[in-house]
Design a binder for this molecule. Structure first.
Ligand code: SAH
Ligand code: SF4
Length: 371
């Protein structure tokens, strides 16, 4: 007989997932949490976060350097089919200067993100990464979509530490409907390639996509666990009027928070951002996520003139605060929650161990080892 998830007592499911269960019926029951159960779920996730990654919140400055994109994802305002969007592309010098400004403001890490812009060559992007690594101590994350294995390898050689590529939805049919001509399996293979190349990998998904059931969210969370990601971005889908999903309902902030909390229980050591999308649908979305398992915030350092053109969803570029004020606001919010701002670049601990191994192996094989 098939077990109805709602027949699992909430407390049993919470204890089980907190102790390492990835059973669909337990995860599903947590996603159905309501009333007093919500506070209990968020509290247990908050404790897990404190015990595993501590109280420090990592701030990553995101630089959205190009709004050009060759893909046509049904949900995204940057899709090639959206002819109403003003497209822009920062020059390599502008990107490097913005990263340097981020470091001056106190950031220890930057995220370079764009649409899949074939007009911005991988060679140029590698030069940008090399320049940033050469002139700053920043950790560098790249998020430019699906590329070939050899292009990813070049990026890694140029010194990029991390790569963000959300799987978006773990349902292969829904994935194929949202990304005509593309397959979930290729996305997952790309994440595995990135891991093999020595990147810290980030995935994630949208909550509330049209056609997504709770069971799909269960699969999303289990996929993050299976990929053993270093980072996971979980945000609500926000309907963009100039896309085929423009009339759909947007995702729910509370369901998003439940997914963040469950992700923390499944992946105690992962970096989980309070996503920009969550901050867009709920005024206190960032603070709520930080109290439900999240430990990262990604303030937007894209030069002001371009910010509203990186319109992945409506409301996205509305924060036009100067970088300094924006950082001060975030620091105030973090401090008000009794948390601190991390002073380190926030590399994944497992990755640092692995890098040490690789480094000492190379050191030994070069004949320079001490023992
Ligand atoms: N082109 C790259 C990176 C930029 S898109 C890529 O696709 O990987 C960054 C993220 O924006 C996507 O991963 C997606 O999860 C999110 N996004 C796009 N459209 C959205 C929407 N309408 N609502 C919420 N998030 C959206
Ligand atoms: Fe392009 Fe990324 Fe938007 Fe898809 S989600 S259309 S790849 S920017």
């Amino acid at each position: 007989m098939k077990t109805d998830a709602s027949s699992v007592p909430f407390d049993v499911a919470l204890e089980a997932v907190n102790a390492g269960s990835t059973s669909p019926k337990h995860i599903r029951r947590l996603l159905l949490a309501a009333g007093d159960e919500l506070a209990a779920l968020f509290e247990v996730a908050d404790v897990k976060r404190r015990q595993s990654v501590g109280d420090a919140v990592h701030l990553r400055a995101i630089i959205e350097f190009s709004s050009h994109c060759v893909r046509n994802c049904s949900y995204c305002g940057l899709r090639v089919g959206n002819k109403r969007l003003a497209r822009y592309r920062l020059s390599p010098e502008e990107i490097v200067a913005t990263a340097q400004e981020a470091e001056r403001l106190g950031y220890r890490s930057v995220v370079l993100q764009s649409g899949e812009d074939m007009g911005f060559s991988m060679e140029t992007l590698c030069d940008v990464v090399r320049e940033i690594r050469c002139h700053t101590d920043l950790a560098v994350t790249v998020s430019v979509g699906e590329r070939s294995y050899s292009e990813y390898a070049l990026l890694r050689q140029a010194g990029a530490h991390r790569y963000l590529l959300k799987h978006e939805t773990a349902d292969p049919q829904l994935y194929a409907r949202l990304h005509v001509g593309h397959r979930l399996a290729d996305r997952i293979a790309a994440l595995k390639s990135l891991r093999d190349l020595g990147f810290q990998i980030g995935s994630g998904f949208m909550v509330g996509l049209p056609g997504q059931s709770v069971d799909v969210l269960v699969a999303d969370l289990r996929l993050l666990h299976r990929l053993d990601v270093d980072m996971a971005g979980i945000g609500p889908f926000i309907a963009h009027p100039d896309t085929p999903l423009g009339q759909a309902a947007s995702g729910d902030a509370q369901l998003t928070l439940k997914c963040v909390a469950v992700a923390r229980l499944l992946l105690p050591y992962a970096h989980l951002p309070a996503t920009t999308a969550l901050g867009t649908v709920a005024v206190d979305g960032w603070a709520a996520a930080l109290q439900a398992g999240a430990n990262v915030i990604m303030p937007n350092l894209t030069p002001k003139a371009y910010r509203s053109s990186y319109a992945i969803y409506p409301g996205k570029g509305r924060n036009l605060e100067e970088p300094q004020r924006q950082r001060a606001q975030v620091v105030r919010m973090v401090t008000a929650l009794g948390r601190t701002v991390a002073q380190d670049p926030g590399h994944s601990l497992r990755w640092m161990e692995k890098s040490k191994e690789v480094f000492s192996d190379a050191y030994r094989s070069s004949g320079m080892g001490v023992s």
